[in-house]
Design a protein around this ligand. Structure first.
Ligand code: PLP
Length: 405
């Protein structure tokens, strides 16, 4: 027998958040070194505790979650999601439009695979959460990246979106709040994206997994609430707002005119039913969490951990010569820019590796987010404020005199 070969489609897949540098960091830890891992948005490992509201619901669900449930999800969970998404202004949906999955990660596949034929194009933001581009490739499609413009507060560049539409374009993906930039899009920008989709007959995917983590008194707008006449798949979940990454609780809701979505919906039903169901036990957390908005609010208001941690990072970043940034107003990420000329940086992975070896801090470089230039990195702002401030000071020390070439 010949040695097994990886399928050709795997060539394009990348997952730098848990890539080679992450494995190196684990090895360093195994050898007794203390490494601060700022690579994953996984609140529970930074001391964000299980909310009481969830603990109680889970205790009660132990025996209810034993059987395979409906492939779309437990009825109580779908009703709660439907009410939540209606509350966000998405009209005309019922619980039959809701599909629960093992995290948003899973529903992204369920949404893309039934849509794309070979070489169909999907417009994706750059920078972007890489699972989106990976899944488009796995579905046989082609990701086409539109620029989010740092000069314009990281908002999507509408002219760039328009210029990249071809007869093969099927959909526009919006990640709002955005990962890795931590930026929330205002209604006006979303309205313009809706206008482009309407003009060109494109559907919209909206990844809103951070929609309850909004800072500075701002309000999240679901793009589907602005687009009754357009097929939109809105996705969210509990990983981030209720610190439940390990529960794998995510969902998607299909909105838009039924006659436009009917056949596509059959494809989603095929996808979700063939894997039987999502983790039934964890779905008990969904109604409880969607009633408990105090948990995310207590983190994002002044005095709350996410607010204070962001403030600490921003204060220290400002002091570093050769770094600039857009202050995030949602989620727990910031995506600073490096002065590549000053530091002679031509490879952002080498920068991240050098930082890991020198200061024992693990960051994900911008290229991990489908960003083309070697001039950015993402900080996950989940450790306590003082630890984060110290980490940013160390990044400053590292950069002082750093020359890649
Ligand atoms: N979408 C975005 C933008 C994310 O940042 C993440 C996780 O970091 C996910 C989806 C996946 O979330 P889940 O834990 O629900 O699978």
């Amino acid at each position: 027998m010949e040695a097994l070969k990886r399928a050709a489609r795997m060539e394009h897949i990348h997952s730098d958040i848990r890539g080679p540098l992450y494995l190196k960091a684990l090895e360093m830890q195994k050898n007794g070194e203390k490494v601060l891992k700022l690579n994953t948005g996984n609140p529970a490992v930074f001391g964000f505790e299980l909310p009481d509201s969830i603990r109680k619901a889970m205790e009660e669900s132990a025996d209810k979650g034993m059987a395979y449930c409906d492939f779309r999800g437990m009825p109580e969970a779908r009703e709660a999601i439907c009410e939540y998404e209606r509350g966000k202004g998405i009209r005309g949906i019922t619980m039959d439009d809701v599909f629960v999955g093992n995290g948003v990660s899973e529903v992204i596949s369920f949404a893309l695979l039934p849509l794309l034929n070979d070489a169909d194009e999907v417009l994706l933001p750059s920078p972007s959460y890489s699972l989106w581009g990976n899944t488009v490739y796995l579905a046989g499609g082609r990701p086409v990246f539109y620029t989010c413009d740092e000069q314009a507060g990281w908002f999507p560049d509408l002219a760039d979106i328009r210029s990249k539409i071809t007869p093969k374009t099927k959909a526009i993906v919006v990640i709002n709040p955005n990962n890795p930039t931590g930026v929330l899009y205002p209604k006006e920008i979303l309205q313009e994206i809706v206008n482009v989709a309407r003009e060109h007959g494109l559907m919209i995917f909206s990844d809103e997994v951070y929609d309850r983590l909004i800072l500075d008194g701002k309000q999240h707008v679901s793009i589907a609430s602005l687009a009754d006449d357009i097929p939109v798949v809105t996705m969210s979940g509990l990983s981030k707002s209720h610190f439940l990454c390990g529960y794998r609780c995510g969902w998607m809701v299909i909105s838009g005119p039924e006659k436009l979505t009917e056949e596509y919906r059959q494809g989603i039903i095929q996808m979700t039913s063939m894997r039987l169901c999502a983790n039934a036990l964890a779905q008990a957390a969904i109604p409880a969490a969607l009633k408990d908005m105090e948990t995310p609010r207590s983190m994002t208001r002044p005095g709350g951990r996410l607010y204070e941690q962001r403030e600490a990072v921003v204060k220290e970043l400002k002091k570093i010569d050769g770094i600039s940034f857009v202050k995030n107003d949602s989620a727990f990420y910031i995506f600073p820019k490096l002065d590549v000329k000053k530091f002679g940086i031509t490879n952002d992975k080498v920068f991240a590796r050098d930082l890991l070896y020198s200061k024992k801090i693990l960051l994900v470089p911008g290229s991990g987010f489908d960003w083309k230039d070697p001039d950015h990195f993402r900080i996950v702002m989940l450790p306590e404020a003082e630890e984060l401030a110290e980490a940013v000071r160390k990044i400053g020390e590292f950069l002082d005199g750093y020359q890649q070439h």
